[in-house]
Design a protein around this ligand. Structure first.
Ligand code: CAO
Length: 556
């Protein structure tokens, strides 16, 4: 029976790091690459994986211990299931895992580069991702600055996260952010451009003065400047709806990457969990206790409280369990990732929002004639306008007239948004996604059409970035290209209303003297009865119908 000592591998530039979490205990079976401990330096927190599989015989470290390369973490009994030979090139027993999930290495950070166009007194400086060790394609989970912000050397610009570590990327120079080149969800690698700064001070880029360039710092530490909410962190995987982030509520939750990942998988808002670990660090147990309390109805998340409770104590019968195969052949298919996420969101929204739907018809005879003419004119430019683009514009006009429909509930307050970001449901082979046309009030029909077709294409190819699906204030679900008459669309929380439209068709409409053939568009407006009522919904639909019947009214 071979006993293997698993040691701390090469962790780059660090002399000593503290053990902040022990992830295994004697008797546990571990697989190669499974994380054993989380360590933290003043630069980053990271998990150290096992170089071999086996059963944990002894854990040689405890919380707070300082470890460095070569320190023994655990001994494994390698005869058990799950063991595997040490990684290639590591023939000796107890060799460190290769390569270690270091979040930084000692390699130099590329100095900031003056970029072209920086003439006169001000120089443009490009800030790029420094060497972040073995990580590739780390996701941006937080933007810590925006255009126009003055930043100091070492000030964090963005937070990135892999499944092993999270870290903030600091600026290697001082200046004013001229352009932020990344957005939430972007995947970054060494050398990628993060921002262009305009150097207005006498301070010169650190790489040029010979001072050591700043290194990424831990995103889990107390030093973080602006926290993102847990809701924001779920954005990379969010489909319908991408939950509107609530206002930042304080410090960035202090938790290791594995705890953050665990919380994200459960949908636990980490900034609402009380940490019981050293220095208030949130542990796996804290996340589990939080989840248990919510499930038992003893506690509630802020989001749930804002919309009237957790819904855990509905007292419903259990879901029927049927052995379908008893009645005939069946096939089992896993739900797609998008379906799983959107299903959970749809379920919550359906259960928690008192939906009411008003149905109405809009006479789009003249608008359709105009649309066809427009498409003829723009045939060469390759822009195709569908009714949805007009609907987006018409909805903006209706939202301006009835601002409650462009709001969100926040506890006992209504947040009335003064921007008009219209989301539209897009059907994709993997499920439903909801991209957003930002600032639709400031865009013309042709631009909206173009953006819509780009977003729909990205949606079908599964390439929508979280930012493409966030910030919506009202949603339209159009089944017009498919068919049907009316349906109840589910409100895309935290929005308060959604418009569903179906296929238009010619109908006889009485004009007071005779029936006229008119092209009628069936509309279904679903709304949250806590925020609006039937009378205003009927007025909204009537106004929308009037605009669609005579689009000149949008100019009024
Ligand atoms: N009445 C009649 N025809 C319509 C119409 C309407 N209300 N809306 C669109 N059409 C026509 C278009 O003009 C186009 O006609 P041509 O092929 O002759 O040019 C055709 O239907 C197809 O349109 P489209 O679907 O490609 O374009 P769109 O802008 O209307 O919609 C998009 C784009 C992405 C929203 C749509 O493709 C889609 O995915 N719809 C499904 C949304 C959905 O699933 N909603 C349900 C959510 S709840 O589960």
């Amino acid at each position: 029976m071979a006993s293997i000592e698993v040691k701390v591998p090469d962790i780059g530039d660090f002399d000593e790091v503290s053990v902040i979490e022990v992830l295994v205990k004697p008797g546990d079976t571990v697989k190669p690459e499974q994380s054993l401990v989380t360590v933290e330096s003043d630069k980053a927190s990271m998990e150290i994986p096992s170089s071999s599989g086996g059963v944990v015989k002894e854990v040689r470290v405890k919380l707070g211990d300082k470890v460095k390369q070569g320190s023994v973490l655990v001994t494994l009994d390698s005869t058990q299931a799950g063991s595997s030979p040490p990684p290639e090139g590591e023939g000796k027993v107890g060799a460190p895992a290769a390569p270690a999930p270091t979040s930084q290495q000692a390699a130099p950070v590329p100095p900031p580069q003056p970029s072209p166009g920086g003439g006169g007194g001000n120089t443009n400086i490009e800030i790029r991702v420094p060497d972040i060790g073995d990580f590739k394609d780390v996701a941006v989970i937080e933007l810590l600055v925006k255009t126009g912000d003055a930043v100091k050397v070492e000030q964090s610009l963005v937070t990135v996260e892999s499944d092993k570590a999270s870290m903030e990327i600091p600026s290697s120079a001082a200046g004013v952010v001229k352009e932020l080149k990344v957005k939430l969800g972007d995947k970054l690698n060494v050398g990628d451009l993060i921002a262009v700064l305009e150097s207005t001070s006498t301070s010169s880029p650190s790489g040029q003065t010979g001072t050591p360039p700043p290194q990424p710092s831990p995103a889990t530490g107390e030093g973080s400047t602006r926290p993102t909410t847990a809701a924001e962190r779920t954005l990379p995987t969010a489909a319908l709806p991408p939950h509107e982030p609530s206002a930042p509520s304080g410090q960035l939750p202090h938790a290791s990457p594995s705890v953050r990942k665990f919380a994200r998988e459960l949908g636990v808002p980490l900034d609402e969990v009380k940490g019981t670990g050293p220095k208030g660090r949130i542990t796996v147990e804290d996340v589990q206790s939080f989840t248990r309390a919510v499930m038992k109805g003893e506690s509630s998340t802020k989001a749930a409280a804002a919309t009237g409770g957790g819904g855990a104590a509905l007292g419903l019968l259990p879901w029927p369990k049927v052995d379908f195969a008893k009645f005939g052949p069946v096939e089992r298919r896993d739900l797609s990732r998008i379906k799983k996420i959107s299903g959970a969101n749809l379920h919550r929204n359906w259960v928690m929002i008192p939906h009411v739907t008003n149905h109405d018809d809009a006479d789009i005879t003249d608008l359709e004639a105009f649309r066809l003419q427009l498409n003829k004119e723009n045939e060469k430019a390759g822009i195709k306008v569908t009714m949805l683009a007009f609907l987006i514009k018409a909805c903006v006009a209706a939202l301006k007239k009835f601002p409650d429909f462009n709001s969100s509930l926040d506890g006992e307050q209504l947040v009335l948004k003064q921007y008009y970001n219209i989301a539209f449901a897009a059907d994709t082979p993997n499920g439903l996604v909801v991209p957003v046309i930002k600032e639709a009030d400031k865009k013309g029909i042709l631009q909206i059409s173009q953006e819509m077709s780009e977003l729909a294409k990205k949606a079908r190819e599964g390439k929508l970035a979280p930012a493409d699906m966030s910030g919506g204030t009202f949603t339209i679900s159009s089944l017009g290209g498919i068919g049907g008459r009316y349906f109840t669309p589910i409100i895309n929380a935290p929005e308060v209303a959604i418009l569903g439209v179906c296929r238009s068709q010619m109908e006889p409409v009485w004009d007071g003297k005779q029936f006229q053939p008119r092209l009628m568009l069936p509309m279904s407006l679903a709304w949250d009865h806590r925020v609006v009522d039937g009378a205003s919904a009927a007025r909204f639909n009537a106004y929308l119908g009037a605009i669609l019947a005579d689009f000149r009214r949008t100019m009024l």
